[in-house]
Write a protein of this length. Structure first.
Length: 129
């Protein structure tokens, strides 16, 4: 799992834009047979009770993944995958003292990778039963 998380985080950090990051996330969801939707964030979506209310996100895209479970409950995990411009040395992932540094590594591409790792682990557990 450690190698998986490191690889995905490096790929997300090294990606050039939101579209490239969306493709990486979509590929991971597909490889784990997870149903998902790619939605444009509109004023209607902002009124959805399962979506974070942030007017600054209008026009951007959101990924909604659904993992069917055996219980009648819902867990909402929410983060973002867009990044802001950064210095040249932060646009490429680099490892220093066992820590991966780079644009978005702590906010919030690291959280995206943790969620993808959690999904992978849940799917692996489901396949064992």
């Amino acid at each position: 799992m450690k190698k998986y998380i490191e690889t995905i985080l490096r790929n997300l950090i090294n990606s050039s834009d939101d579209g490239a990051r969306i493709k990486i996330i979509e590929d991971e969801l597909k490889s784990n047979s997870i149903q998902y939707e790619l939605k444009e964030i509109t004023s209607r979506l902002i009124n959805d009770p399962f979506f974070t209310k942030n007017i600054d996100e209008l026009g951007k895209q959101s990924i909604i993944a659904k993992i069917p479970g055996q219980y009648n409950s819902t867990i909402i995990l929410n983060t973002h995958f867009d990044t802001v411009p950064s210095s040249k040395n932060m646009q490429t992932a680099h490892l220093r003292k066992k820590i991966i540094f780079g644009r978005g590594s702590a906010d919030a591409l690291g959280q995206v990778v943790v969620l993808l790792g959690l999904i992978k682990k849940l799917k692996n557990q489901e396949n064992k039963h």
